[in-house]
Write a protein that binds this ligand. Structure first.
Ligand code: B12
Ligand code: SF4
Length: 454
């Protein structure tokens, strides 16, 4: 078997960041990559992880120093394959690390390892990824099976999910049907105490150690602005399988608070209810927060979540205008948002509500309705996001020809991936849009400041 090093690029926002305070800006541990490495190791492969997001923060934002750590790891580990994992928001960091690594191997006259990539960006835009970074191969979709086959030395042309430069045919990605068959992440593969430092919990102002955990993959919905449903078929763990994972994480990392990464726990309502029942039967040993859709929240379910340890819920209410919600294909109603908020207040479940401005065809009236919904629903905290057509979303596909001419560099792509593009889609004069966005941001600040002082 070939020896693998998985590289997790840093966030572009952490470059040059000197006085990083984990308690104020907790970074999320890369669960999916640590789990992928664990799976491969259990299959007999030799795998290490280079967690560049951690290295960069520990090096006070100094990329040269963070790269020195990576080179030292390569000198010691001697990888034959280096696998990059990134979504569009980390494209430029991935390119910079790739370049640094290649120069390191060439200048030390070391044989170049096979340089490959996987993850959301490579999956969504394989041909473009090859143009942006000259990888030897890409793996589209879930990495477990194809990467194992590759490390075992199988012919890359024959492995479903592997894409080679210039290939005009892309084989269908492979899917792990039964998530319970995957081992829980072995966190010793990275510097996990970095991520389990007590951090500011958005939910309650308490400082707590937290780990991310995934119950299922994929999403049943297809909101036009979102890339979540891009490639993972919806499926989840069994209650027993998931509790095994929680227990393993708690024992290894000494945490009892978890952040559910799933698109919505309501997508697997029956299965998540079984998890809740099992947690309650054990005396509710863990606290957790999760995403949920407004159309999936009813009193019985919310009561169950609360009894099972839920300390906060995250909702994408997105807009107070039904017209805009429908245009987004969000498949919720404004009334469902109001009713969900009412139930959360009644059951005393803190909740975060996220809104989008700058959506196609949005008018001043739509923005006024969003303000009204924020005031009516009184979320514990609020986010006001400026819409960017993220690669992998239906909106990106539908408007690609308008968007791509504005993307002149890897930095532009990266900023689009971070939802920081300067593209403007609202249907009102720009100065009125700026006025409304500022007004909603001020409202958000007032609400969030109130939460922080609780
Ligand atoms: C958890 C998560 C995060 C976490 C942690 C990310 C991480 N490093 O793990 C955090 C909070 C940091 C995050 C941040 C953001 N995220 Co996010 N995130 C997710 C989420 C919900 C789950 C990721 C996950 O664990 N998936 C499940 C695992 C199994 O999949 P996976 O990680 O992709 O890995 C599998 C395969 O991709 C593949 N694979 C991955 N890497 C590699 C590498 C190799 C070598 C191989 C062979 C295979 C391989 O194998 C893995 C196992 O099967 C996804 C949605 C989704 N469904 O993926 C969005 C998603 C990736 N995020 C997205 C976005 C937009 C963001 C933000 C820009 C949001 C924002 N408003 O700021 C920021 C970017 C921050 C930054 N500057 O870096 C988009 C990306 C779209 C795109 N085109 O890039 C997604 C798809 C969601 C969406 N709304 O559309 N995110
Ligand atoms: S916004 Fe939420 S519900 Fe809609 S597709 Fe994305 S993850 Fe699924």
């Amino acid at each position: 078997m070939m020896r693998l090093l998985i590289v997790i690029p840093w966030s572009p926002f952490h470059v040059g960041l000197k006085d990083f305070d984990f308690a104020q800006m907790p970074e999320r541990a890369p669960e999916s990559m640590v789990a992928l490495a664990t799976f491969l190791r259990e299959k007999g492969a030799e795998v290490a992880v280079a967690d560049m997001q951690c290295h960069l923060l520990q090096c006070q934002g100094d990329t040269a120093q963070a790269l020195q750590r990576l080179y030292a790891q390569c000198n010691e580990w001697k990888p034959e394959v280096i696998g990059f994992s990134f979504f569009t928001a980390r494209l430029k960091p991935a390119a910079d690390i790739f370049e640094g690594l290649r120069n390191h191997f060439l200048s030390h006259r070391l044989p170049l390892p096979l340089m490959i990539a996987g993850g959301v960006h490579a999956t969504l835009l394989p041909q473009l990824t090859f143009q942006q970074i000259p990888f030897d191969a890409l793996i589209v979709g879930e990495g477990e099976m194809p990467l194992w086959q590759l490390l075992r030395g199988e012919d890359m042309n024959e492995i479903p999910g592997v894409v080679l430069p210039g290939a005009n045919r892309i084989t269908p990605p492979q899917v792990v049907e039964h998530l319970d068959e995957l081992p829980p992440a072995d966190w010793s593969l990275i510097d996990f105490p970095f991520y389990t430092q007590p951090a500011h919990l958005i939910s309650s102002g308490r400082l707590d150690a937290v780990l991310p955990v995934t119950f299922g993959r994929g999403c049943n919905y297809r909101c036009n602005f979102c890339a979540h449903a891009c490639f993972l078929k919806p499926r989840c763990h069994s209650a027993e399988g998931f509790l095994r994972k929680l227990d393993a994480y708690a024992a290894q990392c000494h945490v009892n608070t978890f952040l559910l990464q799933d698109s919505s726990i309501g997508n697997y309502k029956k299965e998540w209810a079984a998890v809740c029942q099992a947690l309650i039967a054990r005396g509710t040993p863990y606290r957790w927060w999760a995403n949920l859709r407004a159309n999936q929240a009813d009193r019985e379910f919310l009561e169950l979540l609360k009894r099972a340890g839920c300390i906060k819920l995250f909702f994408g209410f997105e807009s107070g205008s039904q017209r805009v919600l429908d245009r987004m294909n969000k498949r919720i109603t404004v009334e469902q948002c109001r009713e969900t908020a009412r139930l959360c207040h009644e059951l005393d479940i803190p909740f975060y509500a996220s809104f989008i401005v700058n959506y196609f065809g949005e008018t001043e009236e739509d923005l006024a309705l969003t303000e009204q919904l924020i005031l009516q629903t009184r979320p514990t905290s609020v986010a006001v996001n400026t819409f960017s057509p993220i690669p992998g979303s239906k909106d990106y596909d539908a408007h690609r020809d308008e968007i791509v001419p504005h993307l002149n560099s890897l930095d532009d792509w990266t900023m689009l991936g971070c939802l920081y593009s300067q593209l403007y889609f609202s249907h009102l004069p720009k100065e009125r849009f700026d006025y409304w966005r500022q007004r909603l941001r001020n409202l958000r600040q007032t609400i969030n400041a109130h939460e922080d002082s609780d």
